[in-house]
Design a protein around this ligand. Sequence first.
Ligand SMILES: [Mn+2]
Length: 403
Amino acid sequence: MRLVHLSDLHLGFRRYARLTPGGINQREADVAQAFKRAIDQVIALAPDLVLFGGDIFHVVRPSNPAIIHAYLQLSRLRQALPGAIVVMVAGNHDTPRAAETGCILRLFAPLGIHVADRVAERFVFPERDLAVLAVPDTGDRPALTPEPGVRRNVLLLHGEVEGVVPVHAAADDRAAATWTTESLVAGGWDYIALGHYHVYRQVAPNAWYSGALEYASANPWGELREERAARLPGKGFIEHDLDSRAHRFHAVPAPRALVDLPPIEARGLSAAELDAAIAAAVTACPGGIAGKVVRLVARDVPRHVLRELDHKAMRAWKAEALHFQLDARKPELVRPGAGEGAPGGRRRRALADLVADALLARPLEPGLERDRLVQLALGYLTAAADASGDAGMAAGTDEGAVR
Ligand SMILES: [Mn+2]
């Protein structure tokens, strides 16, 4: 029995001001397009079971176009795969704070989709020897125990697994229920399908986040960085065989490129020199920046230099890209004793970033707290720098993630 696990569609997500010719927010259209592509791929795979891990919509009251798109795509899925079982849970984004608002996911139940939107529900399919415990992100915390006497037991849950999601990259701005890895795996499930974290990640031998289908969080640059560190091709979904345990991540081709250009170390540069460095970075972008979402970080930019930059050139790039962001950062405070040009300071800062990146992406043993691990490692780096007589290192993961 093969399942497909996808999550965090965030239909109706909007960002930036650009509209399509039809008047839809361009990023909203991209997110819709990614979902359509994913449904195409799922239909081609023809699985026995399709799991949606929540955050189907970005907001509790989605727009009519977002609702219609979701309905059409899910109808298409049901018509193409009439024999497949489809189960869906509500995520934190789908869940209204006031019960009387009601959950829009109910709309999909008449399509033959099994929806858990208020409380956890157990869906048992005796003819398939399958049970799915579906736990929405509504505050309901059922006992996570498999159905006795059934060969295949699946847990579908939207929530945050403690120690897995990096604090700075919290999947989104709304709090989700948290669970420990131990509480999830204790039941001995055949498969645990998780939603909430937007980057594909294995949490335990039988538990995975599928990740989102698009960069629909508050911090797409953190997502990109984590994907790079984990050597992921980008967004996608999971295909998993409950009998053979064959497991595969299917990438969904991104409707639009997000490009985080290599950061510029601007210390000591004049405005003209920084202008030239920015122009060079933009020119070096493979395939150009047209239509892309582009960020360029420039570190150590004093206010007066920022003011004097060539804003006309900047406007041209903003017009060419879907979104162009020059993320100019003020000089960081250095600790007393660190000279302006502390030798190797820049190299060691890069090392701190590298270490933090690797630890943020690394699969961890259950029970380890990721943030503590990162802090500990950065602390060791600082201590090593201190011991070697250099005090110029600012330990920390800058990256505008917490901005
Ligand atoms: Mn989400």
